[in-house]
Write a protein that binds this ligand. Sequence first.
Ligand code: ATP
Length: 342
Amino acid sequence: MANLISVIPGDGIGPVVVRSAKKVLEVISEAYGFNLSFVEAPAGDSAKKDFGEPLPKDSFDKIRSSDACLKGPVGESAKDVIVFLRQKLDLYANIRPFRTFPGVSSKWSDVDLVIVRENTEDLYKGLEDVGEEYAVALMVLTKKACLRIANVAFQIAEARKKRVTVVHKVNVLKSFELLRRATFEVAKSYPYVTIEEVLVDNAAYQLVSNPQKFDVILTTNMFGDILSDEAAGIVGSLGLAYSANIGDEFGLFEPVHGTAPDINPLYANPIAQIMASKMMLEWLGKKKNNTVMLKAARDLEDTVLCLLQDPKSLTPDLGGRATAEDVTKRFIEILLKGKRTS
Ligand code: ATP
């Protein structure tokens, strides 16, 4: 049965890195023998220019009727596209793995953590009033959302190093008590997972001074947004940071980075977008009970690990000179070679 993937090319470096990830998916699905088909769903600043709105209804309908969405970064209209999609499709869990890769120079060598960010509430709910003399933004947390995101964090931790760190700022904002209570309530169902709580300023410090201590970081929408870019800096580049936006029915997969307007798009690092596709194959494979897709996802990650150890495959953000297209070609060579010899 075909799996229909809606594809948002996005803005800036988006079309370049999405082209690369789509090529990888086409090659991998053919090599492993599972069906993927693609439908383009324009969204972002370029869609606003071409169709008058950042998320045309036709694109939204295509996304909603697909099995999963692969999204590139969008520019100024991010709020109208990704924040809207997260809320409208109730993609409440933003899962962001960060790991150091052999071959990529970074201060640390053994970082392996996941940020689990609540994706639908907090200050990003958009309840704001901005006047000439004042500005107010409402921070919204609900028990339902805190419980379900805590459950996601504990499930992930249970399959990993069994440690959840809940990050909040309850000493200043007592609203965070809701997240705290939900986390400790959910923790009762996961007796093998250790739980600790850390204030966000302390978490930001420990992320740069002792990142190995973390396994799963559970936090709210805005703190998760900020800590993610910090974590990306620790592992070497935003070009390596990927994420999943998951709800009960649907998944949308994207890099953590933005449109990188300061670089030549041809030299964008496509690894984050490729690894976002890996998360998509994992999610689809589990959902559809497709072991071949799960194997393809594992091999995709192994191929990235191998690729990054070759300095000729590194893009400028990692100190190399490769283009996104060079990386894609090299990826396909390594993948197909591995497939032939396995
Ligand atoms: P936006 O306004 O779209 O969020 P930004 O420049 O504020 O864009 P990012 O796009 O996340 O934020 O980029 C932050 C920095 O990381 C920039 O210097 C950018 O060039 C670099 N960067 C981000 N993604 C990549 C990538 N895939 N390849 C190379 N460099 C990247």
